[in-house]
Write a protein that binds this ligand. Structure first.
Ligand SMILES: NC(=O)c1ccc[n+]([C@@H]2O[C@H](COP(=O)([O-])OP(=O)(O)OC[C@H]3O[C@@H](n4cnc5c(N)ncnc54)[C@H](O)[C@@H]3O)[C@@H](O)[C@H]2O)c1
Length: 376
């Protein structure tokens, strides 16, 4: 097997999902390349060392620039808050490293364009971790749409609902709550949650041409977790937009962190001329499907349990009837990335594809700010 030496920056939530992906991919997929956990980088050496010990990384760095200088690193995996993606990605590409970057690609389109230019100029393999494409049920939805089973698409609807910032006591900024600080996150739910919905939508239903959006910041001031100062909240707590797709269908998207009772409720529904599909992250191993062409006496919504070897990725897992979960989306993405190195067929989403999501996010935020329709 050919080793692929990984240098990962950041060891938080995504650092764990990716490390698990690197560790598991070769156990379940036949691949020429095998990731080697060479180094993890974070500012706190003790914490980084503890992470390295737990996950099996060979070494630790405390400055990502040092990681880029190392000849024994092939790929840089960026698992840091959004405001660091651009600087690390561009420097990594210039150092000739492959770049795997967490979503959203960047803080905005302008940054994203620089990042695309850098990886394309360097000619390095690149990808963005929009992992929901690799939930088998969502991959199956793509297959059904591409086979024409839905016919002409009329509606695309997606929500991503959470409830963790309702209390005004939740601080902003710092290690645990950087998502509430516009300086670190770029935007609120638009870049954090709707970016996932938009990436899946562009993949399943094609380009979005124009958008009309509204955003709200329900809690206007919060205490900064590091300085203790009370500061204005500059992120969008909630965002809803409607849009036109290039294929003539209409889109409706909503995201909030103020939907009491919902933790990570990503749902999508697509209505076509012949059939509709519906998917829900809380029940991620099921795809609901309604086909009007069924005999009328048995016609109805089917809840398809995605566990059969014929369904995407499932032939690599257990036996029919047994499900897999959230962490497997990252294992699939690692496996697909390694396969792309083997075949030379670029992995999706690339930086260039992820830039399209960034353009929609920018149009959504501009539309909300100016209370006007915006072209993407
Ligand atoms: N694909 C997904 O579903 C998904 C889910 C969650 C987060 N994300 C994305 O992943 C990224 C990280 O999010 P997270 O939830 O893992 O955050 P996190 O807060 O859990 O982890 C962030 C890590 O970055 C490290 N870090 C911060 N500044 C650093 C620096 N200067 N040098 C080195 N390390 C530094 C922190 O120490 C921490 O280990 C974000 O871009 C986020 O949008 C994606």
């Amino acid at each position: 097997m050919k080793p692929l030496n990984i240098g990962m920056v950041g060891y938080g939530f995504m650092g764990r999902t990716h490390s698990n992906g690197y560790s598991q991919a070769n156990h379940f997929f036949d691949l020429e390349y095998k990731p080697v956990l060479k180094a993890v980088c974070a500012r706190n050496k003790d914490k980084a060392q503890a992470f390295a010990d737990q996950w099996g990384y060979e070494s630790v760095e405390t400055d990502w620039r040092e990681l880029l200088k190392r000849d024994d690193i092939d790929a840089i995996d960026i698992c840091t808050p959004n405001n660091l993606h651009k600087e690390i990605a561009i420097a990594a590409a210039e150092a000739g490293k492959m770049v795997l970057c967490e979503k959203p690609l960047s803080m905005d389109t302008a940054e994203g364009e620089e990042m695309v230019a850098a990886v394309e100029k360097a000619g390095v393999a690149n990808m963005v971790w929009y992992n929901y494409r690799r939930v088998p049920a969502v991959t199956l939805a793509k297959q059904l749409i591409d086979e024409g089973r839905l016919g002409r698409i009329f509606h695309y609807r997606a929500n991503f609902l959470q409830d963790w910032t309702i209390s005004e006591d939740v601080p902003q900024g710092g290690e645990a709550t950087w998502r509430l600080d516009a300086e670190a996150a770029g935007s609120g739910v638009t870049g954090d949650l709707l970016a996932h919905c938009i990436d899946t939508a562009l993949w399943l239903n094609g380009d979005i041409t124009d958008v009309s959006a509204m955003t709200e910041t329900f809690i206007k001031q919060r205490t900064h977790s590091e300085t203790g100062e009370t500061q204005e909240v500059k992120i969008d707590d909630a965002c809803a937009f409607h849009c036109h797709f290039k294929n003539g269908s209409l889109g409706l998207f909503e995201s909030t962190r103020y939907a009491r009772g919902h933790k990570a409720l990503y749902t999508l529904e697509i209505n076509g001329e012949h059939a509709s599909i519906r998917w829900d992250l809380h029940d991620l191993h099921r795809l609901e499907y309604f086909d009007h062409r069924d005999d009328s006496i048995v016609r109805g919504w089917r809840s398809v349990h995605i566990s059969d070897g014929d369904q995407p990725y499932m032939g690599n897992w257990w036996v029919p009837g047994l499900n897999i979960g959230y962490e497997h989306t990252f294992i699939h993405q690692v496996a697909d990335f390694l396969k792309s190195l083997e075949t030379g067929e670029p992995i999706e989403p690339s930086f260039r594809s992820a830039l399209e999501t960034q353009k929609v996010c920018d149009a959504v935020l501009a539309s909300a700010a100016e209370r006007q329709w915006k072209d993407v």
